[in-house]
Design a protein around this ligand. Structure first.
Ligand code: C2E
Ligand code: MG
Ligand code: MG
Length: 850
């Protein structure tokens, strides 16, 4: 201790040495500061606390030893506010002010400073101040630590609750207030049971407590109770606290409200249940294509388990890496642009190596904060649907019976063949093939056999072309073969091979053992370069096929370019002919049939003409064939029948004294297959007051190769009482023997046989034979196309019953017919009339009989 030696000691009345001893031994620091702020005395404790020697303390004056002090909030304290200054200024003691002092070592020391003013003679103004210093650094640190810990615990997001072993709550942080609803002051002292539903406590309490007592913390999820009585799920970790003796003293429970997490978990669980139970494969990947999730349907669809697939690159499903790699990458690029991909159809390879056709819907997946994190894909197995689609489109493009391409596909193939031929300088052959006599098989042996024949024909055609050629079914018994050829000769060879293949006998469904059917085919062939139009080729091959039929069937006919004009004209005709009936452009002319004996008329044949608006009068040879091919003949024939019957009624009324003449009307084969024919005939007869026996229907010889339906129709007509005559007899194939089975009454010997009568023996003996056999079958005979007296005389000799020809009368328009019939000098005429019969064409009639 040092001493200033100034007047302070003189003022003390106590023993100086005792005072000194007392001051020096004081545990607390003591300073005496004069009114001028100068230090008088310092004890060793003060020097130690401030880290300064007495001399150093003296050196600080008059600024006082407290300069550099800071207060409890660690702010520097101004000289005026320091306890010494306050006590000197006010004369009032300052008690226990905590100040921090920066020691010369740099450490901060907290001192509790009390300043006691010492009053002198002047009572208001203190002489000096006694300052006591107490070290509170340790206590202060303790407080700081406690504050820090409390703040720390309070700042925790989780509820931190401590209880003693009886369950009494001894600590409760801010988060606990928030989560459980109790303010700390209300929570402290309560029992923790109030937070926990009893059921859990009963079930788990003992077990949990045993865990804690054993020194282990316990973590679990359970329902806890809020102050308002509601309960919510919490995740709780309880940790035991032991004292130094190892006795359990407290339990610290850290809990958090997991309602939100539970809800999310539940949503996720529900979602994943939906995903799992979905019949679609649902796969999640990251943006690079690494598989993250894989549901049960994905396992079934692709054959990889979730464990096998997860972590793999989705490209493992690409059927061949490379091409399909690109489709995955392309899709992922779109996902990366936040686009969705709908109905993306692609092929994937299963684990077992098989391919599966899939339709994919892919969507970007976002995290909660909106960042794009991956891709979810829904895949549907499209194999079955695709197969059905393919079957449907196969059906749309193929014939059901034979499985061959149909017309639509044929057209497509033909176009391809033409395009290919264009590129390679090759030629394309189109063969139009029509079976001969298919109707006979179909009607005679039944549809099943007919179908079977078509199937077998299709097989034979297929077996006799190259694989790259096309065999198509065009319709009915028509087939079209398309092949690329080097030359016309090669095409003809190919066509002949097909003809031969079809001519070998067939054994058909429903036939008895050993029974066989033979058919032939007519083929029309056209060969063209790649520039030709598909439609033209089909049309030309069709025309050539008709030519093959006309030339005797079972043959191949090569299309001739010069026919095309005819064909084009026919097409134009067809269109016009289709309108001829409705536009009333058809006319009927009449040619009498006479009795050879006396040349008196016995009948009149109705022959159709077409009064074309531009082309004038068109002869039947120029349009009947077309009408037959196209079916127009049915309506034309119906019209002719009615028109002729109407006019017959008129001329009978006009010539009341004449014996009624029978009317002959030509029927085509097509009309015979018309189911309404019989009814039409009955109706027409009734309408125009004619009896059935006054009507003759002429059928050409080719009709005699009848199908069943037509055969029935013939019988029905015959049963009505209508006569049936075979026209153009001798030009077809029918044998006389065949005739006896048919319900016919007469034969009209074709003009080609009559032509040679009187000029050579051959025709005479032929006609003689026909007349003899007809007689044996009780059939009448009519000679057609008689033009000369010579022919007539031969017919007389051969005792031919009737004849028809320009020698007697040309076909005449109605008015001319009436005139002819009424002519007085006509054989068999009863009423004389002027005779000037003329065809409407204006042709001058010649060779009329007198
Ligand atoms: P068709 O029934 O054999 O008719 C006889 C054809 O021979 C008629 O020709 C007739 O004018 C002709 N003709 C008759 N006598 C002579 C003669 O002395 N010399 C020559 N050179 N010819 C003679 P058209 O009228 O041109 O008829 C041709 C064919 O057209 C007919 O042959 C018949 O098959 C068919 N036809 C005519 N009208 C119809 C009809 O309404 N329906 C059907 N389905 N066919 C008809
Ligand atoms: Mg006729
Ligand atoms: Mg004829």
């Amino acid at each position: 201790m040092a001493e200033t030696g100034t007047g302070v000691e003189e003022e003390f009345t106590v023993d100086r040495s005792r005072l000194r001893t007392m001051i020096e031994s004081l545990g607390e620091g003591l300073l005496v500061v004069g009114s001028n702020g100068r230090l008088h005395t310092s004890n060793p404790a003060a020097e130690r606390l401030l880290g300064l020697t007495h001399a150093e303390l003296l050196a600080r004056t008059p600024a006082s030893p407290f300069s550099g002090a800071v207060d409890a909030s660690l702010r520097p304290v101004g000289q005026e506010a320091l306890p010494v200054a306050v006590a000197l200024r006010t004369g009032v003691p300052v008690l226990g002010d905590t100040l921090g002092f920066r020691l010369p070592t740099g450490d901060l020391r907290w001192l509790e400073v009390s300043a006691y003013p010492v009053l002198g003679q002047q009572p208001v103004k203190p002489d000096s101040v006694v300052v006591l210093l107490k070290d509170v650094t340790a206590a202060r640190a303790e407080i700081e630590r406690g504050r820090f810990q409390g703040a720390l615990l309070d700042s925790a997001g989780q509820a931190i609750i401590a209880t003693d072993t009886a369950g009494t709550i001894i600590f409760w942080n801010k988060a606990a207030e928030r989560i459980y609803g109790w303010p700390a002051q209300e929570a402290l002292g309560r029992n923790v049971v109030e937070l926990i539903p009893s059921a859990l406590y009963q079930a788990e309490g003992v077990k949990i407590f045993a865990e804690l007592a054993a020194g282990r913390s316990w973590t679990g999820e359970f329902e806890v109770r809020h102050r308002d009585g509601t309960s919510f799920p919490a995740m709780v970790t309880n940790t035991p606290m032991f004292d130094d003796d190892g006795t359990l003293t407290a339990i610290i429970g850290i809990s958090s409200d997991i309602t939100e997490r539970k809800r999310t978990e539940q949503v996720v669980r529900r979602l994943s249940a939906i995903v799992e139970s979905s019949s679609d494969a649902i796969v999640g990947t990251d943006l690079e294509g690494t598989i993250l999730s894989w549901n049960g349907s994905a396992e079934r669809l692709y054959g990889y388990t979730a464990a096998e697939a997860t972590g793999q690159d989705i490209r493992m499903l690409a059927p061949d890496r490379g091409a399909a790699d690109d489709d995955v990458s392309a899709v992922l690029r779109r996902i990366a642009r936040s686009e969705s991909v709908q109905g993306f159809e692609t092929v994937r390879r299963r684990n077992d190596g098989n391919l599966v056709e899939t339709s994919l819907t892919l969507s970007p997946v976002y995290a909660d904060d909106g960042t794009l994190i991956g891709c979810s894909g829904i895949a549907r197995d499209d194999t079955a649907r695709k197969q059905a689609e393919r079957a449907l489109s196969h059906q749309a493009l193929h014939d059901t019976l034979t499985g061959l391409p149909n017309r639509a596909l044929l057209r497509d193939r033909l176009e391809h063949a033409l395009a290919h031929a264009r590129g390679h300088g090759e030629r394309v052959a189109v063969m139009f093939l029509d079976l001969d006599g298919f109707k006979v098989v179909n009607d005679g042996l039944g549809h099943q056999a007919g179908d079977d024949l078509l199937v077998k024909v299709s097989h034979r055609l297929g077996a006799n072309v190259r694989p790259e050629d096309t065999v198509a079914r065009f319709g009915g018994d028509e087939f079209v073969v398309v092949c690329e050829v080097e030359s016309i000769e090669a095409a003809i060879l190919a066509g002949n091979r097909l003809l031969a293949a079809i001519e070998a006998p067939f054994v058909l469904a429903g036939q008895d053992d050993g029974e066989q059917v033979s058919v032939s085919a007519s083929i029309g062939l056209v060969v063209a370069d790649g520039e030709a139009a598909p439609e033209d080729l089909l049309q030309d091959a069709d025309t050539a096929m008709y030519r093959a039929k006309a030339r005797g069937r079972a043959r191949l006919e090569l299309f001739d370019r010069t026919w095309r004009d005819t064909a084009t004209a026919r097409l134009a005709n067809f269109t016009a002919l289709g309108r001829a009936v409705e536009r009333d452009e058809l006319r009927v002319v009449y040619q009498p049939v006479i009795s050879v004996a006396d040349t008196a008329p016995v009948a009149v044949e109705a022959l159709v003409r077409w009064q074309h608006p531009e082309r004038g009068l068109v002869q039947p040879n120029d349009f009947i064939a077309l009408a037959e091919e196209t079916g127009l003949i049915v309506s034309i024939g119906r019209w002719v029948l009615r028109a002729a019957l109407r006019e017959r009624a008129r001329w009978q009324a006009a010539l009341p004294n004449q014996a009624p003449l029978r009317l002959a009307v030509n029927l085509s084969a097509r009309q015979l297959s018309d189911p309404d024919l019989r009814d039409d005939v009955v109706a027409a007869l009734a309408e125009f007051g004619a009896t059935p026996d006054s009507l003759i229907l002429e059928i050409t010889e080719s009709v005699l190769m009848l199908d069943v339906g037509s055969y029935m129709t013939l019988h029905a007509l015959r049963n009505l009482g209508v006569s049936l005559h075979v026209d153009d007899f001798g030009t077809g194939y029918s044998s006389l023997a065949h005739l006896k089975d048919l319900p016919v009454d007469a034969l009209k010997i074709d003009k080609s046989f009559v032509d040679g009568l009187g000029t050579g023996d051959a025709d005479r003996s032929l006609v003689a034979a026909v007349i003899a056999m007809a007689g044996a079958l009780c059939l009448e005979v009519i000679a057609e196309g008689v033009e000369t007296e010579l022919q007539l005389s031969v017919l007389r000799e051969l005792q031919c019953g009737h004849a028809q020809g320009f020698l007697f009368a040309r076909p005449m328009a109605y008015d001319d017919l009436v005139g002819w019939l009424g002519a007085p000098d006509r054989p068999g005429a009863t009423i004389p009339a002027p005779r000037s019969p003329r065809e409407p064409s204006g042709a001058t009639p010649t060779g009329l009989i007198r």
